[in-house]
Design a protein around this ligand. Structure first.
Ligand code: GLN
Length: 549
């Protein structure tokens, strides 16, 4: 049987519960425990797949094709493990299960109620991963903020489990904010006191309080929080703002968050954590030797969470290359033929982002053309790959009206077309081509060189595909399908061998990049950008010398 750690949040949202949960998990993993994390979200969508990125940031896709909350990305990046559908549960999914059972008559005439039927289903799912025998510790992050109407059934389920399970099998960690009032030069504990009081009123008493703060707490404040919130002073943990999320596990180690949890779980003997690889990564991240600028061409750039996994993959790939990756957001809607050179000036590489719908499409195509013609390293992901195909069709193959049927259903040259099996689908939720699929790489391609193997698997989330009827035309004109699904022949990668680095992928390599296993395509893209940057520097030095002579 596993032990359970619950992480709740108070005072305000966006305190970084996911990062605290992932950091705690990392420390426990580094001490040799088998750990996983799951997230319970209080919204009614069955999963976040139908949410606009502006609502909730990126939708993270797991190996088994679940569309999940972006915190699962943090869990995988920190722990270097795969999560699955079971790791993300929403109110919508809970109700769907209970209502389906009701319709099947499974409740035998009973009135179906929030307590016990909804809470029973929540508890069943909270315990699920722990009963499989694969984990020693299961961490459950409860989305939302204590006091929200929506999260009440989840908090009630935690209360029941705290009561039902042996004392030494459950820990509740409550994350709060200690605001610093600049005018008074004071840290304020009252919001935390209120938040813990509210949690206690629902019957859940936290064992540990983690306090997000801009200023060090100091012993007096810690004692005050401990006294008023009824926990031991050592169970008040300071979580100072960090320069990078990857530093948080080390901050939590210093504050002994993991040891306090383990002691509450009655685990008294445990080894020192092995964080050698983690610290090695952090060192490289903090002390880069040079810098590259990458243009991120997208339409959701106002909201950084929309491209979370891509931004994190750049961090992993930058560290391994010992460069700082400066990401320059370029709004695709405002790129025109006239301003493209100016907008992309000084960049060492371009990443054209995934996306849906017509808005900002032409700007993406213009950006691709600029990268192709100027031999600027180019990396297109999903929609980005589709735009690269359209650009090549229009400007090299001469198919002037080439398009994707997603944006133009009437195009005479649908070089990107809806997948056959998608055509009969009417429902929106969970119906794309999702999750991990195999891909066979052409042995004479850059993609093969980058991966160092022929058979790979990567994760997907799309409805449209490269139209194979055009493949011959593309290949005869210098764009090659360097990766294909071995069973269906669907094109997974397009590249231009005569370009130093021009790769478009139909899948999402960013979803598998972790601290310990950075995604190969990102690593090589950053290496290509570094090379481009060095070349540009030597060209301008030569020009300067010429001018001086
Ligand atoms: N809209 C495109 C499709 O559905 C691309 C999707 C994506 O970028 N994730 O195929």
């Amino acid at each position: 049987m596993a032990k359970y750690i619950f992480v709740t949040g108070g005072v305000t949202s966006s305190l970084g519960k996911g990062i605290i949960a992932a950091s705690l998990a990392k420390l426990l993993q580094a001490r040799g425990f088998r750990v996983t994390i799951q997230k319970f979200d209080p919204y009614i969508n069955v999963d976040p797949g139908t949410l606009n990125p502006y609502e909730h940031g990126e939708c993270y896709v797991t190996e088994d094709g679940a569309e999940t909350d972006l915190d699962l990305g943090h869990y995988e990046r920190f722990l270097n493990i795969f999560t699955s559908q079971s790791n993300n549960v929403t109110t919508g999914r809970i109700y769907q299960t209970v209502i389906n059972k009701e319709r099947a008559g499974d409740f035998l005439g009973k009135t179906v109620q929030v307590v016990p039927h909804i809470t029973d289903e929540i508890k069943r799912r909270m315990l699920l991963l722990g009963t499989e025998g694969n984990y020693d510790i299961v961490i459950t992050e409860i989305g939302g903020t204590v006091g929200d109407i929506e999260s009440l059934p989840f908090i009630e389920a935690v209360r029941q489990l705290q009561w039902e399970l042996p004392d030494e099998d459950v820990v509740v960690v409550h994350l709060t904010l200690i605001p610093y009032l600049r005018a008074a030069k004071e840290l304020k504990t009252k919001p935390t006191q209120h938040s813990v009081k509210m949690l206690s009123e629902t019957g859940v008493h936290p064992d540990i309080i983690v306090c997000r703060t801009e200023e060090p707490l100091g012993n007096d404040i810690k004692r005050k929080i401990a006294l008023f919130c009824n926990v031991k002073p050592e169970a008040v943990i300071e979580a100072m703002d960090a320069s990078t999320i990857y530093e948080v596990p080390l901050l939590m180690l210093r504050e002994k968050l993991d040891q306090i949890c383990l002691r509450k779980l009655n685990v008294t003997i445990f080894p020192e954590p092995d964080l050698t690889k983690w610290k090695g990564f952090l060192d490289k991240l903090k002390y880069p030797k040079s810098k590259v600028s990458i243009g991120l061409i997208g339409k959701y750039i106002e909201l950084q969470d929309a491209y979370k996994s891509i931004l994190e993959s750049f961090i992993h790939a930058g560290a391994i290359n010992e460069v700082k990756v400066q990401v320059v957001n370029v709004h695709s809607e405002f790129i025109t033929k006239e301003n493209v050179a100016e907008k992309l000036q000084g960049l060492d590489g371009l990443l054209v982002a995934p996306g849906f719908g017509l808005r900002g499409i032409e700007g993406k195509i213009i950006a691709v053309e600029y990268a192709r013609v100027n031999k600027l390293p180019f990396f297109g992901i999903c929609l980005g790959m589709q735009m690269a195909v359209i650009e090549y069709a229009r400007n090299v193959l001469g198919l002037k009206d080439a398009h994707s049927t997603e944006m133009d259903t009437a195009t005479k040259n649908p070089v990107i077309n809806m997948m056959e099996e998608q055509k009969k689908i009417r429902l929106m939720g969970g119906t794309m081509r999702l999750g991990s699929y195999p891909c066979k790489l052409n042995e004479n391609s850059l993609a093969h060189k980058i991966y160092g193997e022929t058979d790979i698997t990567e994760r997907h989330r799309h409805r449209y595909e490269f139209n194979n009827e055009y493949l011959e035309q593309f290949e005869s004109k210098g764009m090659m399908a360097s990766g294909k699904n071995p069973e269906t022949g669907l094109v997974e990668i397009m590249e231009i061998p005569s370009h130093p680095f021009f790769i478009g992928v139909q899948y999402h390599p960013e979803l598998k990049s972790t601290v310990e296993r950075p995604a190969p395509l990102f690593v090589h893209f950053i290496a290509a950008a570094k090379e481009y940057n060095e070349q540009q520097a030597s060209v301008s030095t030569a020009a300067l010398q010429d001018a001086l002579i």
